[in-house]
Design a protein around this ligand. Structure first.
Ligand code: ADP
Ligand code: MG
Length: 243
């Protein structure tokens, strides 16, 4: 099977600091891949390179066979096919929840407001946030804001959903509601690449786990292997912090 997203030998430095050192990965349609690794190992940089928020120094990134790492490629056009949620809330404070959620759908995807609103409301309804649609984000809890950010990322039917430690900034009691939403999207067949420290979630939801250490993929495989019976000493050492 050919991968939807395929990265081969990605190198990325900031100044003289080499952050990604030849990372390769592939992601098939409907696949959920979790990237784990210590803080500073390069997880966010990898996700940012893959969705063209950073330019890579070497390597190639293919999306559906197209070389999207070619500098001539229009990054905005490519990113319109992706959805992304980051650690910190991504909602514009001056816009209502519904306007936040539909902004990209309306402006980038040229979806008529009525259609965008209907689709957004159906999603907000599903996660119990319909009554918050006209509120501004500061009236929502952190968990509600992150769930709204996820709705915003999926309302445009992205081919790949990038999630970068989306629960790391949340109070512990709010983590569950956000992960539940991600799990239901995964069960519906979303293609997801997520950086996470939620090992139990990665074990239950990811099809594949990739352990990044100092910008290299040290170990990769199904969670039952990488998280339960890792082959590499470095993976074992990393995982021992979570038990
Ligand atoms: P992780 O997400 O695994 O914590 P990051 O990808 O955020 O790791 O960071 C990896 C390394 O790259 C860190 O040392 C970080 O300081 C550095 N880094 C990330 N982004 C930048 C940047 N824009 N400029 C300089 N250094 C950066
Ligand atoms: Mg990070």
């Amino acid at each position: 099977m050919t991968a939807l997203l395929q990265a081969d030998g990605i190198w990325k430095s900031f100044g003289d600091r080499s952050v990604l050192r030849g990372v390769s990965l592939d992601l098939s349609v409907h696949e959920v891949v979790a990237v784990i690794g210590a803080s500073g190992s390069g997880k966010s940089t990898l996700l940012r390179c893959l969705n063209l928020l950073e330019t890579i120094d070497d390597g190639v990134i293919l999306l559906g066979g197209e070389d999207i790492s070619d500098p001539r490629v229009d990054g905005n056009r490519v990113r319109a096919r992706f959805g992304a949620v980051f650690q910190h809330y991504n909602l514009f404070p001056h816009l209502s929840v519904i306007d936040n959620v539909t902004l990209a759908a309306r402006k980038v995807h040229r979806m008529p407001r009525r259609d965008a609103d209907a689709k957004a409301m159906a999603l907000l309804e599903r996660i119990g946030l319909a009554d918050k649609a006209r509120e501004h984000p500061d009236r929502l809890s952190g968990g509600q804001q992150q769930r709204a950010a996820i709705v915003r990322a999926v309302v445009t039917d992205p081919e790949v959903l990038f999630l970068d430690e989306i629960t790391s900034a949340l109070d512990p009691e709010l983590v569950g509601e956000v992960l539940e939403l991600v799990q239901s999207l995964a069960e519906e067949g979303a293609t997801i690449l997520m950086a996470t420290h939620e090992m139990a979630f990665a074990r239950d939801v990811a099809h594949r786990v990739l352990f990044l250490d100092e910008g290299r993929v040290v170990e990769e495989g199904p969670p039952s292997e990488v998280l339960v019976a890792p082959r590499e000493e470095r993976t074992r050492r990393f995982l021992s912090r979570f038990t």
